[in-house]
Design a protein around this ligand. Structure first.
Ligand code: HEC
Length: 105
């Protein structure tokens, strides 16, 4: 079932950006479940050195993902996270940020 969800207005509000992004929560859900959940857990609570993403707002998540994508050091385990972000597009980062911040409290 392919159901692209366009929430450009929500993206504008939550990301505080002047650029509208194509938010696709169906793709974000799939990416999270197949990639991110391996380390951050199915409900985003994290484990051991994998940080919890639950309760983070979309701007925080998207800022961190852009730092990792740019190759910036964020925390002590940046080398584990950086390769996960290098291939993400701006739309994918926006979609994942909205998906995570609205689903994992
Ligand atoms: C191989 C395990 C692994 C995978 C897969 C992974 N992460 Fe991470 N993630 C980490 C680790 C470890 C950190 C902490 C890195 C550091 O110390 O900077 C992290 C940090 C983060 C942070 C910053 C958290 C904070 O509190 O600052 C975000 C946001 C994040 N990951 C999102 C994602 C998303 C979205 C995906 C899927 C595209 C993903 N991660 C996939 C291991 C992983």
């Amino acid at each position: 079932m392919k159901r692209p969800t366009l929430l450009a207005v929500a993206a504008l509000l939550t990301m505080g950006t002047a650029e509208a992004r194509a938010i696709d929560l169906t793709v974000a859900e799939k990416t999270y479940a197949t990639v991110c959940a391996n380390c951050h857990g199915r409900t985003g609570k994290g484990m051991a050195s994998f940080p919890s993403l639950a309760g983070r707002d979309a701007t925080y998540i998207s800022d961190r993902l852009k730092q990792y994508r740019a190759g910036e050091k964020v925390g002590p385990n940046t080398p584990l996270m950086m390769p996960q972000a290098t291939e993400l597009s701006d739309d994918e980062i926006a979609s994942l940020s909205v998906y995570i911040s609205t689903n994992f409290k």
